[in-house]
Design a protein around this ligand. Structure first.
Ligand SMILES: [Zn+2]
Ligand SMILES: [Zn+2]
Ligand SMILES: [Zn+2]
Length: 432
């Protein structure tokens, strides 16, 4: 490779924002300064949120997710600072048990017995002769964690269908919270917005047992505008009461008429007490936003066939969940859920991060601001034209390695800079 080619390769990787697997676009461009027309090929970043797919884009996504959560709690980027005085809760809602699985306490003791499903009864052994109690001490990265003690007893169909209806259950929960609050304020069920609003941001996390649970931030504002004070009766306490009532009573009706409900375990944390909580929660949510179903590449994208699931997924529990989703799609009742498209997410059909419109800024606005900033740094002549999709990846495979190397250097320098600032020393420059 000669010097000119090397410079071109470096520039290509830089323009794609160190993306590992960029989108290739091609088009005819007019140079607005000279009127010259030429064919241009460009690489733009893939914007994939998953670390295993693209470390660089995932890092940017994580930062955006952090801003999205944080500005909804503390204000900024168009959200008024008054929100920090409003009632704000951090809520975790989980799925019910679908079979006894290995689960550990902080001390490593297995608490599998606490997670038994109603259909399994209460005996020491199941009807397949397997023990229903595990007396092991598990390490945090033990492969057994989340796996059932008896895979024949585990209700795979129930688990996948629960995941498939989880988003609907969440929507019903938000409606129920708003209705309960309207009731508390002595208003008609649909009249809460005359005096107050409830906004949320939620992130879905896949538990090791293969069931989705939701972490959500809920905030109550006054009517009309986000900076308006909520009425005096709408406090963290009344909001928490409405949430716990919804978690215990709300259901979603499945396509076969079955009722889908939350599990008994849920937590509600008041974020109004310490400043520390409002800085910890955005990091917590951003961390989950860049994970795949189980943190591997194999469960990052939809499957093409049943055979592919059997071939790619080694973990027997994960494989059974994905195969169950695949097979349920063949049944007319469940066909509208398109479960084969979501077999890699064990039937979960929803978005990973969702929020109500006025919770805070949007991913789109943050990306727009970044694009504007980048174009303001581009000192070349302005270009105009139409591009079309050409394919994925760089022309030279070495560019992918280069992108990942650049990204890790950027990240190390940023971390060193942050560490130096903490120690009060001269910060290391943030770009290379
Ligand atoms: Zn990328
Ligand atoms: Zn165990
Ligand atoms: Zn059994």
């Amino acid at each position: 490779m000669n010097a000119e080619e090397r410079v071109r390769l470096l520039r290509e990787v830089e323009l794609a924002g160190n993306c590992s697997n960029p989108i290739r676009i091609k088009g005819e461009m007019v140079n607005l300064a000279t009127g010259e027309v030429g064919v241009s090929s460009l690489h733009i970043s893939c914007k994939d949120r998953r670390t295993v797919i693209c470390p660089s884009c995932s890092y940017t996504y994580k930062a955006d997710a952090w801003i999205l959560v944080s500005t909804g709690l503390l204000g900024g980027k168009g959200t008024p600072e008054e929100v920090r005085t409003h009632p704000r809760l951090f809520v975790t809602l989980t799925a019910p048990p679908f079979g006894v699985v290995h689960t550990i306490t902080a001390r490593g003791t297995c608490v599998s017995t606490a997670r038994s499903a109603p259909h399994e009864g209460r005996g020491q052994t199941c009807r397949h002769g397997r023990s229903r109690i595990c007396r092991e001490r598990h390490l945090k990265d033990c492969l057994e964690l989340g796996r059932p003690l008896c895979s024949e007893c585990f209700d795979y169909e129930g688990a996948v269908l629960w995941n498939a209806h989880a988003s609907k259950l969440w929507n019903n929960t938000v409606q129920s919270i708003r209705r309960t609050l309207a009731d508390t304020g002595g208003l008609g069920q649909r009249n809460l917005k005359r005096v107050a609003q409830v906004h949320y941001l939620k992130v879905a996390e896949m538990q090791r047992r293969g069931l989705i649970h939701f972490h959500a931030i809920l905030r109550a504002d006054g009517a009309g505008s986000v900076d308006a004070e909520p009425p005096s009766w709408l406090t963290s306490e009344s909001l928490a009461l409405a949430v716990s009532r919804a978690a215990r009573t709300v259901s979603a009706v499945g396509l076969d008429g079955r009722a889908i409900r939350w599990g008994e375990r849920f937590t509600i944390q008041d974020l109004g007490h310490t400043e520390e909580d409002t800085t910890k929660v955005p990091s917590y949510v951003a961390k989950y936003a860049t994970k795949t179903t189980d943190g591997t590449k194999e469960l990052a994208r939809p499957f093409h066939s049943r055979r592919q699931i059997r071939h790619l997924i080694d973990d027997p529990h994960a494989q059974a969940l994905a195969l169950t989703a695949w097979d349920l799609d063949l049944c007319a009742t469940w066909a509208p859920l398109r479960l084969q498209d979501h077999a890699h997410a064990f039937g979960f059909t929803g978005q990973l991060i969702t929020k109500s419109r006025d919770y805070s800024t949007t991913f789109k606005a943050l990306r727009g601001a970044r694009a504007e900033f980048m174009s303001s740094r581009n000192l070349g002549d302005p270009l105009e034209g139409t591009f079309h999709y050409e394919g994925r990846g760089y022309d030279d495979p070495k560019a992918t390695q280069l992108a990942e190397l650049f990204f890790s250097m950027h990240r190390e320098l940023r971390m060193e800079g942050a560490e130096a600032r903490r120690r009060g020393a001269t910060p290391v420059p943030e770009s290379i």
